[in-house]
Write a new protein. Sequence first.
Length: 241
Amino acid sequence: MIYKEKFKIGLKDIGKGREVSNKAILEYLENIGAYHSDSVGYGINTTEETHLSWILLDWKVKVIKRPEYGQVLDIHTWSRCIIKCYAYRDFEVYDENNNLCVIASSKWLLINNQTGKIVKVEPEMADKYQSEIEKSVFEEKEIEKIKEPENYKSSIIYEVKRKDIDIIGHMHNLYYLDVAYETLPEEVYKQRSFSEIRIMYKKEMKLGDIVNCRYSKENDKHIITIRSKDEKTLHALIELK
């Protein structure tokens, strides 16, 4: 089942050259994924009944052509496959001329939001998503892991603020990209927008958490490592290219 929605690029969604920003793209993708789950009975509106929530683990996004302010985007999403407690969801973004602008893949984990425990996706739930098993936007079926760099060039300290927190009390996944951009050296930040984005979420962050954000560069990849202040916990790895 391919689920479709249209999104218009607004003022808050643009960056350099009036082009859609990476954060806005992620927001559109997150929203259409939520709307799809709503439509099959496992979204935000039914969590009190089902006690189930999807937790995002990975993003892989490639921008092919960057649309501009005011354009209406036609976004498609589908469940690519569901394995045990995991689900893979892919996306395609088209502009008003039906040009393919963005492709993306994501990995999600199903949890019981009362116990916080991981749960298996039951067959009747999986059936409602009608997975498109043969339709994948990337050649690689699995989203490759980001390797944590051994060395770094610079770092900043960040404290999680109230504006960062989502409805379940964790730092919203979109704001990890904000933190990554804050971590970039000024000369690198000025080079944006990056056309390839990888985000690997490892451990949630909560209000008041103080984290150490490290910047590394490996070949043409800019890698941001987010660890707890005591270095014991890896919260996320973000790769920009």
